[in-house]
Each structure stands twice: as C-alpha cells, then as structure tokens.
Ligand binder design. Structure first.
Ligand code: CS2
Length: 487
C-alpha cells in the first residue's frame, strides 16, 4: 500500500496528516529545488497555513536537474512523511502542501508555464550556493559558466534559475500580470540581495528594459532558514514505512529545531507563515550572518575534520575533544566580531548548536556537508577572518578550519581515483597536485581568487598562520592526511 490521498485515512492514529481538502488548494508558490531542506521547513510551515483554512497557498515543487523527487512523490499525490527526531523521541507528520511535482529537463517548459501563470505569486528557491552562478568571492555573475552561457544563447528555453526567472518575469510583463516575489531560502549572506544581483546581471545581458522593470518592480526578500536535514537513508525509508504501515518513497528526517526568519517584502501577498512558527524581521542580514558563521562555519569545520579523522557523522565527530576544543576556539573568534540580531544572545545560540550537533538520532554525514567547499568557505569562514584582520586580530582556529579543508582537497588529489564533489573540483585537484611541498600546495590553493579573493594570499600574517596550522594538522596522530606531502 502506498501513501496517497486515498490512503490518508488508513494511517495509524499517531501520525499527523492534512485534514484540509487538498483538492481545493490553489497552487500559488512555485518552488525551484524541491530537496530535503525545503520539505523540512517551507513546505511544512505552508502546510500549517493550509491547515488554518487559508487554501490559497499550494506549492508546485520543481527539480531542475533531476526528476528524482517527482518520480518519488508524484505517485503519492505529493504527500510525504516528515520525521522530527530528537535523541529521545520522534514525531511523524504527513505534509500536504506540495500539490504538483515537476522535475528534470523534460518538464522545464511546464515549470516556466507555472511561473508565468497569473495565480503564481511567489517563486521560492533552495538551489544551493552554486545554483546562483556567482563568483562567491567577488559576487560577479559567472557569464561564461556553460549553463549560463547556454541560457543567454537560448533565453526562451531556460535551464537555470536565472534564465527561468527572467523569462517568466518577461512573459508576465508582456501579459500585464504583476511580478511574483522571488524568495531565496539558500544559505547565502543577504540571500535576497544575492539572488537579485544575479538575476539583474543576467537580465541586463538579454534585455535592458526588462532588467530595469525587474529592478523597479520585483521584490527579493532575504530569509534565514535553519533546520538540520540530512539526506534520507534506506534505513530511514524502511523505518518510516513500518511506522506508516504503507510505502513512502521519499520521507524526510530532520531535527526538532526549526527557525525561519523572513523579510516582509512581497509583491502579491504571502501566506501567514507565523502560523508555522516563522518570524518576520528587518534584520535578516544579522540573522543570516549569525547562522552562517556559527552553525555553517562549525559544520564545515566538523565535516573536514570528520573526514580526516574517519568520523562518518557530525554526532560522531562531536565525540572527539580534538574537534570540540577547536570548535570552542572557532566560536570564540566568531562571536568576538559578530553583530547579532537585536535581543539575541549568540552565546545561547552556540550552546544550542552543541546540543543539536550531538543529536545521535540524526545521521548527518560529514561527507554530505563537505561537498561544495569552494562555494561555502567564503561566507562561512573567510568573512569572519577578514573582519578580524581589519581589527588586527589573529584567527588561529579559523586558519585551522581552512587548513583542514585544504588537507581534505589534497588527500583527494593524491588518492588514486580520488574525486571531489565541488563545482571547482577540476581546478582544485590541479592546484593541489602542484608538487609535494606543503608550502607550495597551500600557496597554490590560496591563489584561487574565486574562493580567497585577491587579498588573502597577500596577507603575510594569515598565510603564515595557515602554513603553521596545515603542518600542525599533519603532525596530529588522529588526523590522516596525504602521506606523500613534505611538511
Ligand atoms: C550544512 C547545511 O550541508 C551543509 O552545508 O551546513 O545544510 C545545514 O545543515 C543547514 O544550513 C542547517 O540549517
């Protein structure tokens, strides 16, 4: 038996489920990038809005690169089970807010149609850092990235979020339909402003008038989303299927903690997401900085250290004093220069983080977080580092975290068949194979200005610290680095 509308009534009593009439829900949000993160926060809080009786906010969930989510959820009428898991208990809830699924190249025409449709009011995004095609260090649009170049050459058949959004907005403008709001939910500083900059830069290449219209008319609220949501495992699927007494092809397992802070700036209205616990605020930059630097900065550090010490999950890595001591120093460096949102004590947030990272019920793999390091390091670690430098403060813990990432890259480069899951993998592997001298390798990786900008490689204090920490890590018995390197 499969999870679907018809079988909802057969779920065990303790499983929460939609009680509203799903056939009456109007689709008005098109979400690009329907992965686990979206399904654990925005879709959930939208389900709370629908449950309140406001049926105007159904979600059309689209995968751009793959149809995997559609393949799993379309036969289930878009329903899926969300498991909230702490160390002591779990709750299961079937979420009903996703009313249509689209996915893969073959559906991109329909995705565009849905975005251009007058009843669409919001286009939201979780496409990860690399989905914006920006040079993370300079913020410039990567015009020569093959996908961007292809969309510029063929703007009526777009495949990137940039091409899709600009094309859909152009169609709405021609048809006299008001523009939707573009709401980024990705882990980027000022994610709304970042999305806006990328979309305007793309639009200017195609049509200056349309670009000016977008600049004047479209809203790009910034948001901060915080919920640790590991990739679903086969064991999770098996467990959920037993609990439900029916098959769910793609349940999501997440933590109890959830936070969503949104700037209230929408062109065509928005759901009352406060019903699901979201908060509207004008201080998103501070919220996002706190989260990126405290949570994600520590996460990336845990990921690379975890990989170098053979710790498969974040919770395992949190058992090692070598790692937790470093994290304490890292957080101290972060908090010393952080501008927290008003009324928020970042030290309390950090204490909560320690608990969240230790949650043994979440099997959050360090390898999953380790991916796309080139896209993550600048905002997670290097932003704090630069702020400390301008204040004349040394940053040994941040330098150690960067050194751990370098070891992770160097190890992949010197392992036969080693690969990296990163959009800059080719360049990273070449730079890491420059020679066998540690000094040379560190400088070679530092010269990638897309990650480190033009400044950090020139900063003698930072380079010295990084070289020292790179060698110190290699000498640490619990850390396994590439053994062919000369330190
Ligand atoms: C993680 C994030 O995979 C990663 O890079 O750091 O996905 C993290 O789990 C979320 O931002 C938590 O809100």
């Amino acid at each position: 038996m499969q999870l679907c509308n018809q079988n909802l009534a057969l779920l065990p009593q303790q499983v929460l489920r939609p009680h509203y009439d799903r056939s009456q829900v109007t689709p008005s949000i098109v979400h690009l990038g329907i992965g686990a993160f979206h399904r654990a926060h925005q879709a959930l809080m939208t389900d709370d809005v629908l449950a309140s009786g406001d049926l105007r906010w159904g979600i059309v969930g689209a995968g751009l690169m793959t149809s995997s989510t559609k393949d799993a959820l379309a036969p289930q009428d878009g329903l899926y089970c969300l498991v909230e898991r702490s160390s002591k208990a779990e709750t299961l809830r079937v979420v009903g807010s996703v009313v249509e699924l689209l996915g893969g190249e073959g559906d991109l025409g329909v995705v565009l149609e849905r975005m251009a449709a007058p009843n669409t009011r919001i286009v939201s995004l979780t496409v990860t850092e690399k989905g914006y095609y920006l040079d993370v260090s300079s913020g410039e649009l990567l015009l020569d990235a093959p996908m961007v170049a292809a969309d510029l050459a063929n703007p009526t058949r777009p495949r990137t979020i940039l091409g899709l959004i600009v094309q859909a907005l152009g169609q709405r403008r021609s048809a006299g339909v008001p523009p939707f709001t573009v709401m980024s939910c990705d882990n980027l500083p000022n994610n709304g402003k970042t999305a806006r900059a990328a979309i305007l830069a793309f639009a200017r290449q195609i049509d200056a008038e349309l670009a000016a219209w977008i600049e004047a008319q479209v809203r790009f609220p910034c948001t901060m989303v915080d919920r640790i949501t590991p990739a679903t495992t086969d064991a999770d699927r098996a467990h959920v299927n037993t609990q439900l007494g029916m098959q769910d092809a793609w349940p999501i397992v997440t933590e109890g903690f959830v936070q969503w802070v949104i700037e209230d700036d929408f062109t065509m209205g928005r759901p009352d997401w406060t019903l699901g616990g979201a908060v509207f605020s004008n201080e998103i930059e501070a919220w996002e900085a706190m989260k990126l630097r405290c949570l994600n900065g520590a996460h990336s550090t845990l990921a690379y250290f975890g990989q170098l010490t053979g710790r498969e999950t974040v919770a395992d890595a949190m058992q090692m004093p070598l790692i937790t001591d470093l994290l304490d120093n890292l957080w101290a460096e972060v908090l010393q220069v952080l501008k927290a949102p008003s009324g928020v004590d970042p030290a309390v947030y950090v204490d909560q983080l320690k608990e969240r990272f230790r949650n043994p019920a979440l099997k959050h793999r360090t390898l999953q977080i380790a991916m796309d390091g080139s896209q993550k390091l600048p905002q997670r670690l290097l932003a704090t580092l630069r702020e400390r430098q301008t204040r004349g403060l040394a940053s040994p813990a941040l330098a150690t975290a960067v050194a751990a990432w370098m070891h992770f890259v160097v190890k992949a480069a010197h392992t036969p068949g080693g690969t990296l899951n990163d959009p800059l993998s080719a360049e990273l592997l070449v730079k890491a194979r420059i020679g066998l001298q540690a000094n040379e390798i560190v400088r070679s990786l530092l010269s990638i200005s897309k990650i480190f900008g033009p400044d950090l490689a020139q900063d003698a204090g930072f380079v010295g610290e990084l070289l020292a920490q790179f060698s110190a890590l290699a000498a640490e018995p619990k850390v396994a680095t590439a053994d062919c390197i000369i330190y």
